[in-house]
Write a protein that binds this ligand. Structure first.
Ligand code: SAM
Length: 311
């Protein structure tokens, strides 16, 4: 069996369910598009025992460093890239995988480390870049984008009902240097509806800015067809999302491509999204909003009479 040991700063969500829906088999190839600290990857590798057929992608340098250390000396391919560029490159190389996982969003490292500037509850510089070599940061977005663009981000990616008011307040208070300052400005203008929702008033706005900085929704929308191309016939794709905007994209893509038509390439393995069990939600609050959807690529071929069959 592979060498699997190491503590991780991130607890992988829905680990049990990922294994159930990927259903790894000995010797299978595996592409992890958001490998993070390798928790899911190690679990899958524990069953496939094929480190030479394992490709791990992450756009965060620290995650990549941790992955290289964790899987050192086993022939695992680790790619520092956003998953859209990595998927395009792997596709060009003609790579095919039996198992593909995308566990979207940020890791605990991002949320728990003040200097990464993701958390409204911790004071840090306004950053929110998963890839710190990228130019656009939360600071440039918040301080340089005009009011209409800011309002659009808050509305589109945060579904923030007071987007226009908050955008105006941000522009009036510029320059804004820290997460704490930004959270305070938002809280002062967020109205009262968040009280009913029992969340911090800056939750939606911070989510929106993070999505815009990392171009999260376009990454997902443009990558889904590539993931189907990268899947071997009979292979499985599992996607875990953490907010409704992501889940809607996955749900609609799977609905359009799974099962209904003669030309469909996918079979849905999950009718409804799979959520974390109560014990997991209690021990790992990140699991509360996780939704897992899974598909299998249809094996197309001809039966003995020469008729095209599906599966
Ligand atoms: C929820 S964590 C994944 C944790 C991982 N499954 C584990 O077991 O440790 C999400 C990871 O995906 C990375 N990520 C998010 N969006 C990405 C993208 N578009 N391209 C590449 N990596 C991305 C983040 O940097 C983060 O490390």
């Amino acid at each position: 069996m592979s060498k699997i040991h190491h503590d991780s700063p991130h607890i992988p969500v829905l680990r049990r369910e990922v294994l159930q829906y990927l259903s790894p088999q000995l010797g299978q190839s595996y592409l992890d598009l958001t490998a993070g600290f390798g928790g899911h990857a190690a679990a899958v590798l524990g069953i496939t025992d094929a480190p030479g057929k394992l490709t791990l992608v992450d756009r965060d340098k620290e995650a990549v460093k941790a992955l290289r250390k964790r899987f050192a000396g086993q022939g695992v391919q680790v790619i520092h890239s956003d998953y859209l560029s990595a998927s395009q490159a792997l596709r060009k190389q003609g790579k095919i995988y039996d198992l593909i996982l995308a566990d979207l969003g940020v890791s605990s490292l991002h949320l728990d480390e003040p200097k990464r500037g993701f958390a409204f509850s911790l004071s840090g510089p306004l950053d929110m870049r998963m890839d710190t070599s990228q130019e656009l940061s939360a600071a440039s977005l918040v301080n340089e984008w005009d009011e209409a663009e800011l309002a659009d981000v808050l509305k589109r990616y945060g579904e923030e009902p007071r987007a226009a008011v908050i955008a105006r307040a941000i522009v009036a208070k510029r320059p804004i240097a820290t997460t704490e300052q930004l959270a305070e400005i938002i809280a002062r203008h967020a109205g009262k509806s968040f009280k009913r929702r029992k969340v911090h008033p800056a939750t939606k706005a911070f989510q929106a800015i993070r999505i815009a900085v990392n171009d999260e929704l376009d990454q997902l929308r443009l990558s889904l067809p590539l993931w189907v191309d990268l899947l071997a016939p009979g292979g499985r794709l599992v996607v875990i999302s953490f907010h409704s905007l992501e889940d809607r994209i996955v749900k609609n893509f799977f609905a359009d491509h799974a099962g209904k038509y003669y030309t469909s390439e996918l079979t849905a393995l999950t009718k409804k999204p799979i959520m974390g069990a109560q014990d997991e939600i209690v021990s790992n609050p990140r699991a509360r909003s996780a939704k897992l959807r899974a598909v299998e690529k249809i094996k197309k071929g001809k039966d003995k009479k020469g008729k095209l069959n599906v599966n």
